[in-house]
Design a protein around this ligand. Structure first.
Ligand SMILES: NC(=O)c1ccc[n+]([C@@H]2O[C@H](COP(=O)([O-])OP(=O)(O)OC[C@H]3O[C@@H](n4cnc5c(N)ncnc54)[C@H](OP(=O)(O)O)[C@@H]3O)[C@@H](O)[C@H]2O)c1
Length: 300
């Protein structure tokens, strides 16, 4: 496995395991524990959560597994997110879908994530989505509070434009660690709209959500997906690699910005397919061929 060391001592594996879909995996605490052990054995040691995943229950299920083996916490980097509210069974006081980036909500959410995950502290807390009502001074106060109390080591954002990220950084004392954005061979806009360029400029490493386009890459009935899949498989021929998921992860990992793809599957074979991507190199020609397939035409 390869790792990034961010802002001095935040260590993140180049591939991250994500828990958005975890409530679909049908795992009890023992099943979670086995999965976590297998993920760690694959070399991936960074885990991506959000307070709201699974209707505000997935963090608690992961936490129940961590309680079964207390030694696991020190072997992992835990990321979570805050700021999205919607009606759900676990927290009936949430009555409507909205973003809440108030200091009180950020602090409440991070405290709850630490409690649910049973992890003592979060390594990284992200604002999940940009709120048009954001008060950056409140965010800065919340980050200071959580940092000073030892509940959160580092902070970042998700789904931010470069301009919003720059704005927030101008208020927040801590150097923001990442912007978690959607990037995949089917979602190439961040390479053109300045999002990735801004992160490169600031020496920040992007986290990529839905790196397989949420499974769309495998959709045989979609012409664009088929075209991009063929371009990836053609690039794989030089390496004797025929696994489409492995090649898609490799395409992301090879980008100079140091993308950290978040693996969304709970199937260990697919997680290992992701880890194997680190051995595959794309040169300019092979990388751009996949990009052009996503564009639908040759580069000008
Ligand atoms: N910050 C944000 O706003 C945000 C938004 C979305 C997601 N995320 C994070 O990103 C993580 C990954 O997102 P994602 O789950 O959408 O990632 P993804 O890897 O693009 O999509 C996962 C889906 O692809 C399927 N899949 C994976 N490998 C496959 C294969 N070889 N053949 C066929 N289908 C395959 C999976 O099915 P199986 O489950 O059957 O393997 C699953 O349904 C999430 O868990 C979450 O941590 C963040």
């Amino acid at each position: 496995m390869e790792f990034h060391t961010i802002n001095g001592d935040l260590r993140m594996s180049r591939l991250v395991h994500g828990y958005w879909r975890a409530h679909e995996w049908g795992l009890d605490a023992q099943g979670y524990l086995r999965l976590i052990e297998e993920v760690l054995a694959s070399g991936i040691d960074t885990f991506d959560h959000a307070a709201c995943y699974g209707g505000f229950v997935n963090e608690g299920q992961f936490g129940a597994a961590l309680k079964l083996d207390k030694s696991l916490r020190r072997r992992m980097t835990i990321v979570s997110k805050c700021g999205i509210s919607f009606p759900n069974a676990a927290l009936p006081e949430m009555k409507s879908k909205h973003y809440d980036n108030s200091a009180a909500h950020i602090i409440w959410s991070a405290e709850r994530s630490v409690r649910e995950l049973g992890c003592e502290y979060l390594d990284l807390l992200l604002l999940h989505r940009p709120s048009p009502f954001l008060n950056p001074e409140e965010v800065a106060a919340a980050f200071d509070n959580l940092n000073e109390r030892g509940l959160v080591r580092y902070f970042g954002v998700s789904n931010y434009t470069a301009q919003k990220l720059s704005m927030l950084q101008s208020y927040v004392k801590q150097p923001l660690a990442t912007n978690q954005i959607e990037i995949s061979p089917l979602h190439i806009e961040p390479f053109a709209d300045g999002s990735v360029d801004y992160l490169l400029e600031k020496r920040m490493k992007p986290m990529a959500w839905s790196p397989l386009a949420g499974g769309k890459l495998f959709a045989a009935d979609d012409e664009r997906s088929r075209r991009v899949a063929s371009a990836l498989l053609e690039a794989g021929e030089a390496h004797g690699e025929t696994r489409l998921d492995t090649l898609a992860y490799a395409w992301l990992l090879n980008h100079s910005s140091g993308i950290m793809p978040i693996v969304g599957s709970g199937k260990i074979e697919r997680i290992r397919n992701a880890a194997d991507a680190l051995g595959i190199r794309f040169d300019d020609e092979a990388w751009i061929k996949v990009y052009a397939a996503a564009l639908g035409h040759n580069v000008p």
